[in-house]
Design a protein around this ligand. Sequence first.
Ligand code: NAD
Length: 371
Amino acid sequence: MLIRVVREPRPGERRVALVPRGAAALVTSGHRVVVPPGVGMDAGMTDEAYIAAGAEISDGAPAADVVVGVGPLTLDDVGPTKAVIGFLDPLGAPAEIARFAEAGITALALELIPRSTLAQSMDALSSQATSAGYEAVLLGAFALPRFLPMMMTAAGTVRPARVLVLGAGVAGLQAIATARRLGAIVSGYDIRPAAREQVESLGAKFVGGPVVAAAEQAGGYAAEVDEETRRQQQDALAAAVAESDLIITTAQVQGRRAPLLITAAMVSSMKPASVIIDLAAPTGGNCELTSPGEVVAHFGVAIHGPEDLARNTAGDASEMYSRNVLSLITHLTHDGSLVIGPDDEIATSTCVARGGKVTDERVLAALEGRV
Ligand code: NAD
């Protein structure tokens, strides 16, 4: 197959979908890999490294069997191809999936990789959430006018900062682990009962709040909670929010608005110069005051709404993403071409457009305004 890497369309994106190591593996398997010049420079991958891996450097867009990118990608980004693999935002931008279908392109959305043991190596949401969770703590540490660890110095003893992490999935657990390594006093909370043990195993305190067994769906994703539970959550979290120096929020519900966990009144109760890093900003935010892509000041508290922190660790995030892409392509390739087998759960879950049609029920529902 001819596998082409796109130049990432979003301003500020520093990751690359396929690193030289991934390109080498595909070339060894008999594929051609074409990359635009300089495509990996921001992630620390030189053209020379791609050439040494057996890839071709080309500024054109030769007709491809598969185009890979980080994305989110639209039809305008990919050029001539039979298939596309990347973040495609299928539930947020279903009209773009319809455009792929109309163009006869098979679209594979990495957001929809199933959470099975077999698919773990392809799980790009998790690999990028790991980077984002780590980066959120670093961003918070820079923004905070305090040390995170306790320090005993000749100039006195400095108390450690208190960090609260709301949502203890992949990003949240990484944020907890990172904040602990930096010496902060860390607490965490999640709606799923299973999260308590994971939070505690990282040496953080689990904040008492409602946990709802039914909130855990297949694959570990959380479901939306009702208004009453949301109110109970806000009440239960109020004291922990007020005493925190740094809050990292990561709570998400797939395909829905992020749950509102911190109200404006709760922000007002925080100490001046405290910081909130809201990783759920792109899906509406966990804090009432969050504005995506901006830093909002409220009574001296800075609320950051970063849109994609994973790109900051572009080198390692690209390495992980590339392994996810390579693993998916390897899984789907039979006799030298990409096959979407009807009995292959990974293929059918991830494929959202094929044969001129949108093939995913949730995307169809979003297109028809049923959600
Ligand atoms: P996510 O990004 O969808 O959500 C982040 C966290 O927010 C989740 O832990 C979720 O429970 C939490 N959340 C949602 N609504 C909330 C609310 N109202 N209040 C508080 N917290 C709320 O999830 P994720 O980080 O991708 O993963 C969630 C779970 O899935 C984790 O347990 C993870 O280990 C598991 N997982 C399994 C696999 C696999 O089996 N291959 C892969 C990835 C993740």
